[in-house]
Design a protein around this ligand. Structure first.
Ligand code: WTA
Length: 651
């Protein structure tokens, strides 16, 4: 900690052409926080409005009255902003480059003109199925262009989409369909990924057994794999798209009409439906995409996330398309057919901005340098990371092997809830320090509080919990169907602030270093997983009496999932049972929730009031049991000795 971390200044050549250099960033940032009304009144104009707004910001973080509205009297259509308005100037420019799972299969280059027709046809299919303004549509698709068509088709007719990551299980899908009351699910026959195929349609069939029988199912025949077909429920989307009209007028929508619901894990209970609305979200996605990645016309932008996560929403679909960009959509995984796939794609499509998660970099750096060295990466201008703190080793490798020491790395801190980047360097403006997300984006007012007292820390250099003092246009508006939970989750612990759930350190230069979640959420391979969710999946198994789940440091994933399991009386631990429980969790939630380590626990350390002491479980999982702290409040302190003694039996 005593060493001053190395600072990397922006390349002078880039500073010349960048949308913002240091002076411009400082000037714009100052205005964005002293005059948010004026600043966002101007930035809102980056969108096309059917009726311009006269009100800009109407937001309150006051207890009992959490209310967030931006551009509230403006009327627009999000799909028209992402597609139609580009037709006059760039109809023949590629909007989406689609790279299939199999490298030998043909990549698609979809122009804005083609995108327009596909979105219109898709929208007409939705209309023909009775989907109306405000209806919810669940999208459970592979990373194929139809995922973008479906999202934009919903936006075009004013329906609210909820994309469910294709790695989620039937149960997880059913829960989401039911929670948002979806009228329709859009899926595909199967999803190829890394040479394997996920049976999405049969997962959907299984899910829909637990949903209203009114829910219809649109199926994209993508691989042509055989599936079951329920005649009066299932619709062949591609066939139907041929039959409907190629045009569909965009529906005028209020700026505050919901655009989508995206489910994310929290520290308690079931995943919550994060609601984003139309005007503020799109303006923010567009602005962050332009400035954070220093996007210019002619660039080829690649965000290697999945549209099932917010990163894919904001930086594969909405941000880039609002900016008339060329956006790359990749169906596969970084390690198929070999660990050079990312670099081969950058080479093949002449990618200029590349955005991925540290976990992917850690996995790839372990495979050596031959594959990255073999690719021509000379088109790259900006590199980005998201999802978790980046460790210095991964940062250095990214900088040297991918960036050849000459490219800015933007480490972007944000969340599903924030809609877009919150703390991030700008390529031409911000000197970077490996591992720091650096400084706030325009309009974002971070603050650091003392965790216990909630007192605002005034000193620049400090450590505490990260909160945001005022609203920004991309902020989530509510939890679907549960505004109280919205207030309770984000605004009750530290009143008048938005509490992100992360801890942070601020250094003497005012740079932010995110230290990770301070709640019971763990970050596995850049994906959020609520420990409570995994626990409730485990205890739903007939042989499990109790379970406690914590995170532990994992070389590649950042954090791994560590489960302590107490069996019902009379049940014996065995390797078979361990496998059964792992498969069970995969089925209940999805492969991303499978415990990395499972330890049989005859008992769990609890306070006398019955609360599980996770702090102790975390220490044992980290092998740091020499410093367990005070265990005298435990109901049965000997439980801890057993867990320590038997910890090597975990696997
Ligand atoms: C973590 C992903 C450190 C953080 C966009 C946050 C990060 C959670 C970073 C949100 C980063 C995201 N540095 N930590 N650059 N970016 N996180 O909702 O804990 O899937 O709260 O959104 O990821 O995850 P989510």
């Amino acid at each position: 900690m005593l060493d001053q971390p190395k600072t990397f200044a922006p390349d002078p050549g880039l500073v010349e052409t960048a949308h913002a250099d240091k002076a411009r960033y400082e000037e714009m940032y100052a205005r964005s926080v002293t005059d948010p009304e004026g600043f966002w009144a101007d930035e809102g104009k980056r969108l096309d409005w059917i009726e311009p707004y006269t009100k800009v910001k109407n937001t309150s973080f006051e207890p009992g009255n959490i209310s967030i509205k931006w551009f509230e009297d403006g009327i627009l259509n999000v799909a028209a902003n992402c597609v139609d308005r580009h037709l006059a100037t760039r109809a023949d420019q590629t909007a989406i480059i689609w790279e299939p799972d199999e490298p030998d299969a043909e990549a698609l280059h979809i122009t804005y003109r083609e995108l327009h027709e596909k979105v219109c046809r898709f929208a007409n299919v939705l209309l023909s199925q009775g989907v109306m303004r405000g209806d919810r549509v669940v999208i459970y698709l592979p990373m194929i262009p139809e995922a973008a068509y479906a999202m934009l088709a919903c936006a075009r007719i004013g329906a609210i989409h909820s994309v469910v990551f294709a790695g989620f299980s039937p149960d997880a899908l059913a829960n989401r369909v039911n929670d948002c009351g979806a009228k329709l699910v859009i899926t595909a026959d199967t999803a190829p990924r890394g040479g394997k195929r996920t049976p999405l349609k049969s997962n959907t069939d299984a899910a829909l057994l637990h949903c209203s029988d009114k829910v219809r199912c649109l199926v994209v025949k993508h691989t042509g794999d055989q599936t079951t077909w329920i005649a009066d429920r299932d619709v062949d989307v591609k066939a139907m798209m041929e039959d409907v009209a190629p045009d569909c007028p965009p529906r005028p929508m209020g700026a505050e009409d919901p655009l989508f619901v995206l489910y994310t894990s929290g520290s308690t209970g079931k995943p919550k439906g994060v609601v984003h609305t139309s005007g503020g979200y799109l303006a923010y996605a567009s602005m962050t995409h332009q400035y954070t990645f220093d996007y210019h016309d002619g660039d080829v932008f690649w965000c290697a996330a999945d549209v099932g996560w917010v990163t894919g929403h904001s930086y594969i679909v909405y941000g880039p398309l609002a900016n008339g960009a060329t956006t790359v959509m990749f169906e596969g995984v970084p390690t198929y057919p070999d660990a050079g796939r990312f670099w081969q794609i950058i080479d093949k499509h002449k990618v200029t901005q590349f955005y991925t998660a540290p976990t992917a970099l850690r996995a790839l750096m372990g495979k050596g340098n031959d594959l990255v060295d073999a690719a021509d990466l000379s088109t790259l201008k900006v590199l980005g990371t998201v999802g978790e703190p980046i460790n210095p080793e991964a940062w250095t490798w990214y900088n040297e092997k991918v960036g050849h020491g000459r490219l800015p790395i933007v480490d972007t801190w944000w969340q599903t809830e924030t809609g877009g980047h919150m703390i991030t360097p700008l390529p031409g403006a911000t000197p970077t320090k490996p591992g720091s997300a650096t400084l706030p984006f325009f309009g974002v007012q971070p603050a650091v509080l003392e965790p216990e007292s909630g007192k605002l820390i005034e000193e620049t250099a400090c450590e505490g919990v990260l909160v945001i003092a005022d609203s920004w246009p991309g902020q989530m508006r509510t939890v679907w169907g549960d505004h109280e939970r919205f207030e309770e989750t984000y605004f009750s612990q530290y009143k008048t602030y938005y509490f992100a759930g992360d801890g942070c350190r601020r250094d003497a230069d005012g740079y932010y270093w995110i230290t990770g979640r301070v709640d019971d959420v763990i970050n596995v391979s850049g994906h959020r997983m609520g420990t409570a969710e995994v626990e409730s999946a485990l205890v739903a198994h007939a042989k499990v009496a109790e379970a406690a789940v914590v995170g532990y440091p994992h070389d590649i994933k950042g954090q791994g999932i560590y489960a302590y399991v107490t069996l019902m009386n009379g049940e014996e631990p065995s390797d078979d049972l361990r496998k059964e429980l792992e498969a069970w969790v995969r089925n209940e939630i999805g492969p991303i929730a499978k415990p990395d380590l499972l330890q049989w626990a005859p008992g769990l350390p609890k306070t006398r009031s019955g609360k599980i002491m996770r702090r102790i479980l975390r220490k044992i999982a980290e092998d740091d049991y020499g410093s367990l702290g005070d265990t005298s409040t435990l109901a049965e302190p000997e439980v801890v000795d057993d867990l320590i003694a038997n910890r090597m039996n975990r696997r």
